[in-house]
Design a protein around this ligand. Structure first.
Ligand SMILES: [Zn+2]
Length: 415
């Protein structure tokens, strides 16, 4: 029941933060974006050229580092049979790890959305803008554009627009043919319009009723007046879909080129929807907290305990949560313990300390992101996960006052 899309987004965001924190000692970090339709041989040829040019770099060290990075990229491309559907991005280079040390960063990412442009970039830092643009909500919205001539039905999934259907009407123009009575003409025209609205409604049902109701966050209707108003008020949409209409918006176009117009017009509404949902959940949390119903829990240990007994209904995790769960083990006596530490962007080797039982050095055997751990527990107990932004009061309180982790419980557990 976890909002998969949101969790993926979180994981992706975290990877970007890691990459963003790295820098080289000179312009030796390579970012390479390959769209799916690019020929691997073209990329290979380009990288070989870059390899040759890198020998001209003045600093011998930088030159060697860049060529080393390119060699490793070329090796990766050799083992790549096919570019993934969404394309692929590589981040390779010698990273300054402080204390006079460096390490080789070597990350391949398949992005959640398609890579559009082929980009080769060499700099002190990695070039991440194309990926950062993909970091927005993954919610799905139904899109309907109509006037009396045509209608287009589509879907907004994350940032991507999918065109689903294009319909043409048989509605005659205002000009009636000779010999037809004005009244009769108007009557036939109304019937044709009604039929067209009905076809649009049916096509919308076909397109949107198949989407998981929780995923379809709303429907936007755009186009000309009065067609979109008549359509919306005339109950041509399935009643489940009618409830989800977020608003009507004027657009100049009613073919697929009107979709981006529609989304721009509705942008404020789209942005506030996510926040409103989070606010509602936080309000329930604070209400239960104030009435001392016992149906809330907060803090890492308490919420974990409640997740383990499957008592959690809604798991509230702050988007600013950055810590990880580390398992340490003593190789001598078998002592094992788990501890939580702040998530670091640097790749510093964790210091585990000594075994409290026998004094031998402890070893880190497992590291899992706290959000990963909690999401897994929530899945097992069918809890709904809400990632809460810190952009509103209750959201920032979740982070500051409750350590970023809280829960609304199904029943009081006393924990
Ligand atoms: Zn020990």
């Amino acid at each position: 029941m976890a909002e998969q899309c949101t969790y993926e987004k979180y994981v992706f965001k975290k990877k970007l933060e890691t990459l963003r924190s790295k820098s080289g000692r000179s312009t030796e970090l390579i970012s390479l974006y390959i769209p799916s339709d690019k020929k691997i041989s073209d990329v290979t040829n380009h990288l070989r050229e870059e390899h040759g040019q890198a020998s001209n770099i003045e600093s011998k060290l930088t030159s060697n580092n860049v060529q080393g990075a390119l060699d490793s990229l070329l090796a990766k491309l050799r083992s790549l049979n096919k570019i993934p559907e969404n394309g692929i991005a590589y981040f390779i280079g010698t990273v300054d790890t402080g204390a006079n040390r460096t390490s080789m960063e070597n990350e391949a990412l398949i992005p959640p959305e398609s890579v559009v442009d082929y980009i080769y970039h060499r700099d002190f830092v990695f070039y991440l803008e194309p990926l950062e643009e993909m970091l927005r909500e993954c919610s799905t919205y139904g899109l309907i554009l109509l006037d009396l001539r045509e209608a287009t039905i589509g879907m907004l999934v994350g940032k991507q627009i999918e065109v689903i259907r294009h319909l043409h009407s048989t509605v005659p123009g205002k000009q009636r043919k000779g010999g037809q009575s004005a009244h009769r003409f108007e009557q036939l025209r109304r019937i044709a319009i009604h039929d067209f609205y009905k076809r649009i409604g049916d096509a919308a049902s076909e397109a949107f009723l198949g989407v998981e109701p929780a995923e379809l966050k709303g429907i936007l209707i755009g186009g000309h007046s009065p067609a979109k108003e008549e359509f919306s008020e005339g109950e041509f949409l399935h009643h489940e879909l009618q409830k989800k209409v977020l608003g009507l918006f004027d657009t100049g176009y009613t073919d697929e080129s009107g979709f981006s117009e529609l989304i721009n017009a509705a942008e404020d509404i789209l942005q506030s929807i996510e926040l409103i949902k989070q606010k509602k959940d936080m309000e329930i949390f604070f209400k239960e907290l104030a009435t001392e119903s016992g149906k809330v829990s907060y803090g890492e240990d308490n919420v974990r305990a409640n997740l383990e007994i499957k008592a959690v209904d809604v798991l509230l995790l702050s988007e600013n949560l950055r810590s990880e769960r580390v398992t340490v083990k003593c190789g001598v006596c078998g002592y094992e313990n788990k501890r939580t530490r702040k998530w670091k962007t640097s790749e510093a080797v964790p210091v585990a300390g000594n075994c409290p039982e026998c004094g031998s050095a402890l070893e880190v055997t497992d590291v899992i992101d706290i959000v990963g751990e909690f999401s897994e527990l929530a899945d097992r107990g069918n809890a709904r996960i809400v990632f809460v932004s810190t952009d509103f009061d209750e959201g920032s309180q979740l982070m500051i006052a409750f350590g970023g982790i809280a829960a609304i419980l199904r029943y009081s557990t006393g924990v």
